[in-house]
Design a protein around this ligand. Structure first.
Ligand code: HEM
Length: 452
């Protein structure tokens, strides 16, 4: 194919590109930091014929995610998530995506999700009791994954599950671990039919998840009067009177499980880890929660009265964005982009990790300072200098849900239990689909409630 324009020379290509590819697989965060420090805001790579541009200038990012969104589709890595959840909002494109987004968006608006606040608090209260009953040897990451999964399962599917929620928990864990084990190794280059162990694990998890979701859909077709998200999605219709068929519903529910539970669990994990290292901030959050709710039950109305607790979450997601990379692929040759020309098929990777840790946008970027969000809220900052939920038409559809959930879960935990991560524990991260810790995060649990 001949091209009418010349491409900028990649910063890394040929043999050194193999080294870079290996470095990205070994330690993606260090490789990201290195790429930005060495080649700047528009680092270009050509690995095995695949062109990638790593973007960390907020205006370049705004162009790709918003102004020129129609010139891109999701990147190749995101598209592969279809292997776990099938087609759904996260991976669909074009008219099908637009129709789905329109149908699903009202159900996730602030007004509609308000009724889920009690579900969020109840599951957290149960988790706090369980932590107090079994304080030894707990892994905070696993505890939080359990809480956010139970919350998303009840908000999506209601309480009347045909199976134990642990079946869903294992199915999700199998599909995500299998996917990561397959994608982040040499196995990725094998043809799809080769039955490697991670691929088998992924399929086992995806099939188990599907079976539960299909059973709930069949059950609900008999009676779709619930207040859960599935019931709402079932009755949603566009102007032409078209709704979602069972296959579409299955895809959306699976997608929301995947997109909506680990990300929130990680935001909470990082917040609690940071608070356990910053006692003054923890005391301030605890005092704020006590002033807002006293010893009474915590609920939706308190969320607005907890600006510092919310700032802790915002700051935790700045330092450790659960969605550490957001990718797009150029649909055609594009000559006139701010970041320079790119050819059709080029992968453009936006990394919240890099932007959030950039001293041009965040003073003393490596310090944990929740107060910065009170002094200058997100809406008063230059756009795309803070983007934990992405941006533009494909911005996270669950962002209000996640923000409400994170504040309510954090506040409930802080008033019930004191969670201390031993000083000797170093948080090591291994980005996969999300930014996760490499191993268990040990925690010491003590009671934190005031005597009645
Ligand atoms: C702290 C928690 C969360 C974080 C950090 C997060 C992050 C993100 C990001 C960065 C994207 C955009 C990806 C892209 O542009 O390629 C996204 C999309 C999405 N998220 Fe979230 N998310 C969170 C919670 C949730 C929750 C709770 C749900 C569902 C209840 C959810 C459902 C989705 C869906 C369906 C999409 C695809 C939207 C579309 O393309 O139309 N997320 N999320």
């Amino acid at each position: 194919m001949s091209h009418a324009f010349a491409l900028p020379r990649p910063h890394v290509q040929g043999l050194p590109a193999v080294r870079t590819f290996r470095a990205f697989n070994r330690d993606p965060l260090a490789a990201l930091d290195h790429a930005k420090a060495t080649w700047g805001d528009r680092a270009r790579f050509a690995v095995a014929g695949e062109h990638t541009v790593l973007l960390s200038d907020p205006e370049d990012i705004a162009e790709v995610l918003v102004t020129r969104a129609a010139d891109f589709r999701k990147d190749v890595g995101t598209r592969r998530l279809q292997l776990i959840v099938g087609p759904g909002l996260l991976t669909l494109e074009g008219d099908t995506w637009r129709q789905r987004r329109k149908l699903a968006a009202p159900s996730l608006k602030r007004a509609h999700i308000a009724s889920y606040a009690d579900v969020m608090v109840r599951h957290t209260e149960e988790a706090a009791l369980d932590l107090l009953a079994h304080p030894e040897g707990r892994d905070l990451h696993a505890v939080l994954m359990g809480v956010t999964l139970r919350i998303v399962v009840e908000c999506l599917l209601g309480t009347n599950l045909p199976t134990d929620v642990r079946v869903v928990e294992h199915a999700m864990a199998d599909s995500v671990a299998g996917f990561a084990g397959w994608q982040q190794s040499w196995r990725r280059f094998l043809p799809g039919w080769v039955p490697t162990a991670p691929r088998r694990r992924m399929r086992r998890g995806a099939e188990a998840l599907d079976a539960v979701i299909r059973a709930v859909i069949a059950q609900r077709r008999q009676d779709a009067t619930g207040n859960d998200l599935l019931s709402r999605l079932m009755v949603a219709q566009d102007e032409a009177g078209l709704g979602l068929d069972d296959e579409a519903l299955r895809g959306e529910v699976a997608t929301m499980f995947l997109a909506g539970h680990e990300t929130t669990a990680l935001a909470l994990l990082f917040a609690l880890h940071l608070l356990s290292r910053h006692p003054a901030e923890r005391a301030r959050a605890e005092a704020e929660i006590q002033a807002a709710a006293g010893d009474g039950p915590l609920g939706l109305d308190h969320v607005r009265q907890l600006p510092f607790t919310a700032a802790v979450i915002t700051e935790a997601m700045r330092l450790y964005p659960p969605a550490w990379a957001v990718g797009r692929e150029a649909l055609t040759d594009l000559e006139d982009l701010r970041c320079g020309p790119v050819r059709k098929g080029t992968q453009l990777i936006v990394s919240p990790w890099l932007v959030h840790r950039d001293a041009r946008w965040h003073a003393e970027p490596l310090r944990f300072v929740p107060q910065r969000w009170i002094d200058q809220p997100v809406r008063e900052r230059p756009r795309f200098t803070y983007l934990p939920f992405g941006g533009g038409p494909r911005v996270c559809i669950g962002n209000h849900f996640a923000e409400m959930e994170a504040v309510l879960v954090l506040a409930t935990l802080l008033r019930r239990v004191r969670l201390d991560v031993p000083q000797a524990h170093v948080l090591q991260l291994r980005p996969s689909i999300t930014l996760r810790p490499t191993g268990a995060v040990p925690v010491r649990v003590t009671a934190n409630h005031r005597p009645d």
